[in-house]
Design a protein around this ligand. Sequence first.
Ligand SMILES: CCCCCCCCCCCCCC(=O)SCCNC(=O)CCNC(=O)[C@H](O)C(C)(C)COP(=O)(O)OP(=O)(O)OC[C@H]1O[C@@H](n2cnc3c(N)ncnc32)[C@H](O)[C@@H]1OP(=O)(O)O
Length: 205
Amino acid sequence: MTAAERVDDQHVDDRYLDYAGSFNRLEDEVCLAAPPESAMSELTADFSALAARVAEHRVDYDRRPTRYAGMSGLPHPILVPYEVHEDGPTSTSGTVEFGLRHMGNENVVHGGIISMMFDDFIGMFVSRSLGSGSSARTAYLNVDYRSMTPVGRPLSVSAEIASVQGRKAFVEARICDGETLCAEAHALFVCPADQMWPGVAGLGD
Ligand SMILES: CCCCCCCCCCCCCC(=O)SCCNC(=O)CCNC(=O)[C@H](O)C(C)(C)COP(=O)(O)OP(=O)(O)OC[C@H]1O[C@@H](n2cnc3c(N)ncnc32)[C@H](O)[C@@H]1OP(=O)(O)O
């Protein structure tokens, strides 16, 4: 599913994608630049003015496009955008591309960002699959970093529900660069006690 196909919410439209995408570009450039002192002072003033302009448009939680974008893998100021290509009741797969703003060491992704990507990708998959809205909570997320994860090119990402035991969903996920396993995750997501999973046939206890 492309970003354009996912734009079906009144809170997220093409203008939002341009807006969030240009902000991501700014983040990339800030991570790469070393402005001289005078340019840095000017840019600091510009950033402060820009923050004040954006602040004029604050809205309540439910009306924020970043909330809906964050739940769909769309461009977002903090989360890593991804696309879902196949989505079933027990497994999902797609592509993710980390940007320059996600770099730790040169040209490779910061480990904490990889954990965040897994948490978001798995959390949204579990919520879609087991039907808890967006309320599945991460109880633990164990990440094994198997090889350096590159920035700036599409990588595959996939997850599957290994088992569901009562309110607990055990999930496995991985990010690969072609045949190379970059990182894998083993996670437990728990459904809040007052919202039992509607469940998936064959997965429950
Ligand atoms: C940044 C921008 C965002 C934009 C929006 C995008 C949204 C995207 C969102 C994407 C999604 C992102 C998602 C996020 O980021 S969710 C945010 C990160 N997660 C949290 O904040 C969760 C905090 N913890 C809790 O709320 C509670 O501890 C939970 C709900 C997890 C359990 O408390 P609860 O009182 O309900 O239940 P319980 O304690 O009786 O436990 C129940 C069962 O679970 C077992 N258990 C529990 N913990 C562990 C453990 N660590 N290892 C092994 N087992 C564990 C426990 O033994 C028991 O098993 P059993 O005895 O029944 O067999």
